[in-house]
Design a protein around this ligand. Structure first.
Ligand code: GTP
Ligand code: MN
Ligand code: MN
Length: 629
């Protein structure tokens, strides 16, 4: 009877497996694939092995479909142009679904809408998903992507299986994660994170595509089910929405796992800083909101000649205390999905050199000699080439166009291993020891270049009260100062109040070496709306001060908001253009009073009863210090 049933099931199966074999998958994976093949009804199934040959086949298909164009100027580099309606993360369509709402978001006061995540009831979520996924892959191939976040087989790593009907996603996941056969070996019978993704355009199409880019913006949803370790993403092919290992797994579900298992999943770069005079090396983790300088800091070429920066990661850090009480961090990713505009040989030569081969560019402009162009490359592009903008404007010229050549959130997707300054320990399964944690944001006014927290608790408060000017990385249009605690506002996987308690608890563990906590601002502007601080490589001067503080040097002085450099302790030797240090470090009293009020309002309305008392206590103390000044 059993045999008859399975023959029956076999005969009802509408798909063909065209690459790999279902019978060789671990049972749990096979069940997951079959279940969703029955739901989504793809024509064919392709089980990814991660090989070079497979990748060549996929890029061939993507070229044929007009989704990728070869960039002849470089080696194995590709250009994708999306539907202009699918260019960034969609925060308002990103949901966490838990049985209890309060597990996901604090209850805002006065019936306000939560800015700390969108919750949906599991039953409603079920309905939403059922409106979208049945038959959504008809006519298409379902790819099965086994991937590891973190080195394959490391005890700190997590394994996911992503099912997707986008070959662009497969090619990108191959760069951003460790992907393929070896992951299935490491997984065995173990559990994995279930990641289902569809662009939502079954074939035949019912309306024409834009730029040959399948997506369904009107029905897009990015759903997380932490209690089931599931992610469901529908309607968007764009990176942050579709490469599910990144923001969805490594941050949103990751932060949940971290809370349960006693570690931290953070929107942070990790860099190594070696003092070439003393040979001493330190590692720093830093959280800045999207498009606020993580990738640039992580790949920095220091202007101070006695320092060398090495890169461990540019976007996400998973950190936990080891048995010796040392906070250790791994980069769960294997590639960089970096903001293109602003990247140049002048600002970030390391990134430029990294992405000259094996890279997928999305929504940048192209040059008539088969190269790339974006805002920031004006003085580095051959003046004789013609530029075709990301929207397809031929012979685009700055002077007679009111639209930028590249989309402000255009990206390069490039393998980390190609980066010439990767840290020797970047794939060490143990992770690297973190000495300092740095928070920062885009603050045109009032916030000094650098300050240090008085304590761990005060540092957690500084992370909680982070604010930053909005950027193109998400759908927010106007430039306004938004609260973005820990640079995690779009990425919290659970109640922000509980997140703060988790951070405070970390500081109370016995026998741990707590990193020092700092805040930086590269983006303060003068009366002419110009950046006061030159930034980029010059930020090494700030890192120098930070590690000297970690060494216990007496170079800090107290201010109401924290510890700032004593007179002349920030190394400015050889700084090319003079900087008004007075203005850069000034702390206008009225500005800080307003800042305190804004934080009160935010904590009160948004975090409400879930705000830990210790954090409110820090805010009271800050207010009093500013008042007494
Ligand atoms: P995500 O990848 O979205 O999380 O962003 P990110 O934090 O990695 O931002 P990234 O380093 O890509 O920087 C974004 C933009 O800020 C780019 O246009 C950079 O050129 C610019 N930028 C980075 N560092 C500095 C700096 O020190 N000073 C100034 N003025 N601009 C900077
Ligand atoms: Mn990011
Ligand atoms: Mn980045």
């Amino acid at each position: 009877l059993i045999e008859a049933a399975s023959v029956f099931a076999e005969s009802r199966r509408s798909y063909r497996v065209i690459h790999g074999s279902l019978t060789q998958l671990p049972n749990k994976v096979r069940n997951y694939v079959e279940e969703n093949a029955r739901l989504c009804k793809p024509d064919t199934i392709h089980i990814c092995d991660g090989s070079e040959r497979e990748n060549e086949m996929l890029t061939y298909v993507l070229r044929k479909d007009g989704m990728l164009k070869k960039l002849h100027k470089y080696d194995n580099c590709w250009l994708a142009r999306t539907d202009p309606a699918d260019v960034a993360r969609v925060e308002r369509l990103t949901y966490i679904s838990t049985p209890l709402k309060r597990d996901t978001v604090p209850t805002p006061k006065y019936g306000a809408k939560s800015q700390l995540g969108n919750w949906m009831d599991p039953e409603d979520m079920d309905n939403e998903l059922n409106m979208r996924f049945p038959d959504c892959m008809k006519g298409r191939t379902m790819f099965v992507i086994p991937f590891s976040m973190g080195p394959v087989g490391s005890s700190l790593s997590k394994i996911g299986i992503q099912l997707t009907d986008s070959a662009y996603v497969v090619a990108s996941m191959r760069i951003m994660t460790r992907m393929g056969e070896q992951v299935l070996g490491a997984l065995g019978d173990g559990n994995f994170i279930k990641c289902l993704h569809s662009v939502g355009c079954p074939l035949p199409l019912t309306s024409p595509l834009h730029n040959n880019w399948p997506c369904y913006p009107k029905m897009t949803i990015i759903a997380h089910l932490p209690h089931k370790n599931e992610i469901h993403s529908f309607g968007s092919g764009y990176g942050g929405n579709s490469l599910l290992g990144k923001k969805c797994l490594a941050l949103r579900l990751g932060s949940n796992l971290g809370k349960e298992e006693g570690w931290l999943a953070e929107h942070m770069l990790i860099l190594g800083l070696e003092n070439l005079d003393t040979g001493k090396k330190r590692y720093i983790a830093a959280a800045f909101p999207s498009a606020c300088g993580k990738t640039n800091l992580a790949m920095m070429t220091p202007s101070l000649p006695n320092y060398k920066v090495t890169c461990v990661g540019d976007d996400i850090a998973w950190m936990r205390f080891d048995e010796n009480g040392v906070l250790r961090a791994i980069n769960p990713e294997a590639g960089f999905f970096g903001v293109a505009p602003g990247t140049s040989m002048k600002t970030n030569p390391i990134a430029m050199n990294t992405c000259l081969s094996n890279t997928i560019f999305t929504n940048v402009a192209e040059t008539s000699d088969g190269g790339v162009f974006w805002e920031g490359l004006e003085s580095e592009v051959d003046p004789n080439v013609r530029i075709r903008s990301w929207l397809g404007d031929e012979d685009w010229k700055k002077d007679n166009s009111d639209r930028p050549a590249a989309h402000p959130n255009s990206r390069f997707c490039t393998p980390a291993a190609q980066c010439p300054i990767m840290d020797p320990l970047w794939e060490d399964p143990k992770g690297v020891p973190i000495d300092a944690i740095v928070f920062g944001g885009r603050r045109p006014k009032g916030v000094p270049l650098v300050y240090e927290s008085f304590s761990w608790q005060h540092g957690v408060f500084i992370g909680a009260s982070m604010r930053s000017e909005s950027t193109a990385a998400a759908e927010h249009k106007a430039k306004m100062i938004m609260h973005d605690p820990f640079a995690m506002r779009p990425f919290f996987g659970y109640n922000f109040g509980d997140y703060l308690k988790h951070w405070l608890n970390m500081g109370e563990k016995p026998d741990v070496h707590l990193p020092k906590i700092f805040h930086v601002n590269w983006f303060r502007k003068d009366a002419d709306n110009k950046f006061i601080w030159p930034g980029f490589g010059e930020n090494s001067r700030v890192l120098d001060w930070i590690v000297r503080r970690c060494d216990g040097e007496d170079i800090a002085k107290r201010t109401p908001i924290g510890l700032v450099p004593q007179q002349d302790t920030l190394n400015l030797a050889g700084l090319e253009t003079p900087v008004d240090m007075e203005e850069l470090f000034s702390l206008p009293k009225e500005f800080w009073q307003n800042e305190v009020n804004a934080i009160y309002k935010y904590f009160d309305e948004q975090v409400n009863e879930d705000l830990p008392h210790d954090i409110m206590h820090e805010l009271h103390s800050l207010e009093a210090r500013i008042q007494d000044e």
